[in-house]
Ligand binder design. Structure first.
Ligand code: FPP
Length: 254
């Protein structure tokens, strides 16, 4: 029971004196940025105000990840299921990449950050797609932190599509079924080319994965906090990394 809740931080803790071990910083951190709506409701604000505040946290955590030398930061910005939300909210969420990039792209370029998107570009409104593609183009030569937006992304759809693509290659004689390994399957997924996350953070107190990187999270360390995403700070991010550094990763071995 105690073990079950290890890593669940219910309250913000003050920054501890314990240093982050620079040589054990997770290479790939994935985040389910949850709780924008509840953060806003608690303040008597519309839900979209929560998403706007969440966008500010995206900036803070991107900079914190960059400072620590994290290689990849994957942020779950919009799921394939989020289209079910009221149109006004979907429209607002689809404007955020554009707003974020118009404010931050210059600094991201200067900081050598590379912007990437994981998800289906088909189905995104033109203005969202052009903002993302412009950022991908402008940062394509950068070699620092990869800021990977999971946008219009859902893991089950990704895995089914991956299988369909493999079957097509098998049918066309391009792939021998006996040669399929984990790495081969990886190459058919939206996250192709990225290592699996080392650490997954979810804010807002929900203890689920919500169709996020189900295959890729097989051996990822999970860290949950009840803080809502707009109030999640650099210090909280550091705390998650410190706790990650205390974990022993056995990958099924001893
Ligand atoms: C979940 O919280 C959050 C989302 C569905 C959207 C996340 C988006 C952002 C944090 C901004 C993204 C910024 C950029 C730059 C793309 P929720 O709305 O489900 O919150 P609730 O569970 O409290 O209702």
């Amino acid at each position: 029971m105690v073990q079950l809740f290890k890593g669940f931080s219910s309250k913000r803790k003050p920054e501890t004196l314990q240093e982050i071990e620079r040589d054990k910083v997770p290479k790939h951190i994935a985040v389910i940025m949850d709780g924008n709506g509840r953060w806003a409701r608690r303040r008597g604000l519309p839900r979209i105000a929560g998403h706007h505040a969440g966008m500010k946290t995206v900036k803070k955590i991107t900079m914190a990840a960059d400072e620590l030398g994290v290689e990849i930061l994957t942020l779950y910005a919009f799921s394939t299921e989020n289209w079910k939300r009221p149109k006004d909210e979907v429209d607002y969420l689809m404007k955020l990449p554009q707003e974020f990039l118009s404010l931050e792209l210059k600094e991201l370029v200067e900081k050598n950050v590379r912007v990437r998107m994981t998800g289906w570009k088909e189905g995104l409104p033109d203005h969202t797609l052009s903002a993302v593609e412009e950022a991908e183009r402008a940062t394509s030569g950068n070699t620092g932190l990869i800021l990977n937006f999971a946008l219009n992304y859902g893991s089950r759809k990704e895995m089914i599509e991956g299988m369909q693509l493999m079957y097509k290659d098998i049918a066309a004689g391009r792939l021998d079924p006996d040669s399929i390994t984990e790495n081969v399957y990886d190459s058919y997924l939206k996250t192709s080319g990225l290592p699996d996350p080392d650490l997954m953070i979810r804010t807002s107190g929900e203890l689920r994965i919500s169709n996020f990187m189900l295959w890729q999270l097989a051996y990822t360390e999970l860290w949950f906090t009840s803080l809502y995403w707009p109030e999640f700070s650099k210090e909280d991010f550091h705390q998650a990394i410190r706790e990650y550094q205390q974990r022993i990763r056995r990958y099924g071995g001893l």
